[in-house]
Design a protein around this ligand. Structure first.
Ligand SMILES: Cc1cc2nc3c(=O)[nH]c(=O)nc-3n(C[C@H](O)[C@H](O)[C@H](O)COP(=O)(O)OP(=O)(O)OC[C@H]3O[C@@H](n4cnc5c(N)ncnc54)[C@H](O)[C@@H]3O)c2cc1C
Length: 457
């Protein structure tokens, strides 16, 4: 195929993984072209809270948090019951701290340790980092400003529709413009960072049938294009049944209720007023108990103290502003709001308070040593379960190089972020908080460095 032009490194996808990969390759000396299907890059990253988990960062050291790559690696393997790919897990754990520090020191991204987010849901250390009072949309905007500043060319809207190559080499790509015209562009190395496939309902039903009926609350461009095109070229795939679900999408407002609401003492009840899960064990896997409730809805109960502790998070304020948070002075008012029996609701809250007071676990097995259940007046948010982002994809090695089904390795094809196999194990129960961006940014940086090294060689 004749290419209209060629560039050393092409990156497909302008979310966190792609933007970081492009910046990393560019700062390592490569000429880079980033290709994005939308007219303005947002991706799932722009919908996110913009939090990344990272271990051994300078921000942690300053806060006196004793953490390192080995501890994060152990947490990943424990959370995934040993089923995460150990090579990728090791690479993410090792790269996360340096990647977070690089964002700050080299790019000037104002990343800080989220001291309001406790070590929870599988993280044994306080290691969530973010831009205080800002979310994923600001992260994307910041990274794209850096792309412009550092001289990375960006082609959008242009959708990757074909990989051109033979055997273990990718010679270039074909992109399609919104008017249907196509361009062939040659490359020395290709990084697929086109996200996961949570918006592809057919593939979700095929790989994760238990989530097929769940609402999708991710980016509609996450059709898995890079994954299927990579597979057509001979790439191996891994953990295709893995995903980040979420149990607390405000319904119908579509705003994420921050996990800290539960960690600080919030509980979840169904429309009968009953609890049905231990709210602090699995932030992503909790989607399934919620989907199984009558009408597939639930109510998060909190109080003013818990809301205050989460007030620094933009979503908490958005929930307030949208009217999603409603207040009830007593069990009768709360029951009328939910449509439950007042006596059942009162007993549910009383049980949690009794357990907390006695220093014992409650009927759901929740240990209240570190938090207090909601007190009156109680605040309530109606929520539903949703699928946010898939975690399986192109099988990569520790340098983000894509592996082939025949056991070999592509010479110049790399992948990162949602397009690549992550570190969440094979299913819905292995996701650690903020690992979506944690792995996208860590492996994105590695992919960029690898691509620069391949093309320099
Ligand atoms: C509501 C919500 C909140 C979340 N909060 C967090 C959080 O706080 N912390 C965390 O770690 N994770 C969070 N996640 C998950 C996190 O957002 C993702 O794991 C992460 O953004 C993935 O980054 P990415 O760059 O791989 O994908 P994306 O950000 O989705 O970027 C992929 C890009 O590729 C483009 N693209 C797709 N196909 C093509 C094609 N054929 N050609 C060209 N371009 C293409 C898309 O348009 C998109 O811009 C959240 C997810 C959701 C939905």
């Amino acid at each position: 195929m004749d290419f209209e032009f060629s560039v050393p490194v092409i990156v497909v996808g302008g979310g966190a993984a792609g933007a970081v990969a492009a910046l990393s390759a560019r700062l390592a000396g490569a000429e880079v072209l980033l290709v994005e299907r939308d007219a303005s890059a947002r991706g799932t990253t722009a919908m996110s809270q913009g939090l990344m988990c990272a271990a051994g960062t300078r921000a942690q050291a300053t806060a006196g948090i004793d953490d390192d790559a080995d501890t994060l690696f152990a947490d990943i393997m424990a959370k995934t019951r040993g089923a995460a790919d150990p090579v990728i897990a090791r690479a993410v754990a090792d790269a996360s701290g340096p990647a977070a520090d690089w964002l700050c020191d080299v790019l000037g991204y104002p990343l800080v340790l989220d001291t309001g987010a406790r070590a929870a849901y599988g993280h044994s250390r306080q290691r969530l980092h973010g831009w205080l009072h800002h979310g994923g949309a600001d992260m994307v905007q910041f990274l794209h400003a850096k792309l412009a500043e550092t001289g990375v060319d960006v082609l959008m809207p242009a959708r990757l529709v074909e990989l051109v190559g033979d055997g273990d080499r990718i010679d270039g790509i074909v992109v399609e413009r919104p008017d249907g015209s196509r361009e062939a562009i040659g490359c020395g190395a290709l990084i697929l960072a086109s996200g996961g496939f949570a918006a592809n309902h057919e593939q979700v039903a095929a790989h994760m049938p238990e989530a097929a009926a769940a609402r999708h609350n991710g980016h509609e461009g996450n059709m898995g294009d890079g994954i299927w095109l990579g597979a057509q070229a001979g790439a191996a795939l891994g953990d295709m049944g893995s995903y980040q679900g979420y149990a607390m999408l405000a319904d119908p407002h579509g705003i994420t209720v921050p996990p800290g609401v539960l960690v600080e003492g919030g509980i979840i009840v169904n429309r009968l007023g009953q609890r049905f899960t231990n709210e602090v064990t699995d932030i992503a896997g909790m989607v399934h108990p919620v989907l199984a409730q009558p009408d597939g809805v639930a109510w998060v109960l909190l109080d003013g103290r818990i809301a205050q502790l989460n007030d620094y998070i933009p979503e908490t304020r958005a929930l307030q502003a949208s009217g999603a948070v409603r207040s009830a002075g007593d069990a009768a008012a709360l029951a009328a709001m939910i449509g439950a029996d007042a006596a059942v609701l009162a007993a549910t809250l009383a049980d949690a308070h009794a357990a907390a007071g006695a220093g014992r676990a409650d009927a759901q097995g929740r240990d209240w040593a570190a938090a207090q259940p909601p007190a009156w007046p109680v605040l309530a948010i109606r929520v539903c379960g949703a699928i946010y982002h898939t975690q399986g994809g192109l099988q990569i090695d520790g340098s983000a190089r894509v592996l082939r089904r025949d056991g070999g390795r592509f010479a110049n094809l790399l992948a990162c972020g949602g397009a690549a196999r992550g570190v969440s194990g094979p299913s819905w129960w292995g996701y650690l908080p903020a690992m979506g961006l944690g792995s996208a940014i860590s492996m994105g940086r590695i992919a960029g460095l690898s691509a620069a090294a391949i093309t320099a060689g």
